[in-house]
Design a protein around this ligand. Structure first.
Ligand code: TMP
Length: 249
């Protein structure tokens, strides 16, 4: 075990996902999340590496979660530890991927037959069953209840948080010259049964377009082989750091 600080010591690897590793700590209520440079798309079919992505996504998530906490949204973040790691509350991940869309893009463009970039008057919220073997299928609330993925009360809380977070993030990103086109959130349950925002908010999990040029500054550059992947991630963190860096995440 290597010593972190405040007497929390890093323990064994608990879980390794596509983009992150989760380590146990000497405190049973806390984990350390390590952000990797590994990138996948299309449910792991396309694989690659984005240099320094782990550093960008760790820092961006820490900055944004810190701001959200300040705005009254509970998250799993305790604090950023170093360039690639953050200390988080250990939560049980709710097996839902919650997607919000402010502008039509990606799979919604295909499903709805609308060109990418089509404006919508109200955000669209979708839920997917977080299950890699099934390819994270789109479901509705009655599926989520029938499969016991969440209770009715938890679903209501998750939708309410998602809408509030979307509105806070749209403003933060716009102040950075970025349009929040769409995003994916994940939530966790604490030991006390509280719903908190978990996972990450980064160019891996949000579509971010430059507000002047509509240039794509997110993982679509990797998914679609557009080039300039690393520089897009660096440009996003440069702008977010300038906007939120004084918050002391
Ligand atoms: P989609 O248009 O492909 O459904 O993606 C919607 C948003 O969700 C987009 O911002 C990218 C994000 N996303 C993830 O974070 N993980 C995923 O596995 C997928 C498919 C999308």
């Amino acid at each position: 075990m290597s010593k972190i600080n405040d007497n929390v010591e890093k323990g064994a690897l608990l879980y390794e996902g596509k983009a992150k590793k989760v380590f146990l700590t000497s405190d049973p209520g806390l984990v350390i999340i390590h952000y990797k440079d590994d990138a996948t798309a299309f449910n792991g079919v396309k694989k690659g590496t984005i240099t320094d992505k782990g550093k960008v996504n760790n820092r961006m998530t820490a900055l944004i979660f810190t701001r959200l906490e300040r705005e009254g949204i509970p998250t799993h973040l305790v604090r950023q530890l170093n360039e690639r790691e953050q200390l988080c509350r250990k939560v049980e991940i709710v097996l839902l991927e919650v997607i919000g869309r402010n502008v039509v893009a990606g799979s919604a463009s295909k499903r709805l037959g609308l060109p990418e970039g089509s404006e919508i008057d109200e955000p669209i919220y979708e839920i997917c069953y977080k299950n890699d073997a099934l390819g994270d299928p789109l479901i509705n609330d009655s599926h989520a209840l029938a499969l016991k993925l969440a209770t009715r009360e938890e679903l209501a809380q998750i939708y309410a948080y998602t809408d509030r977070i979307n509105r806070i993030l749209q403003k933060i990103f716009l102040d950075c010259g970025l349009r929040l086109i769409d995003f994916k959130f994940e939530f966790g349950r604490t030991v006390d049964g509280e719903i908190v925002l978990a996972d990450e908010i980064s160019p891996d999990t949000c579509r971010l377009w430059d507000s002047e040029t509509n240039e794509k500054l997110d993982k679509d550059r990797f998914r679609r082989d557009l080039g300039g992947v690393e520089s897009a991630y660096l440009e996003v963190i440069r702008r977010i750091e300038a906007e939120l860096g004084s918050d002391n995440a």
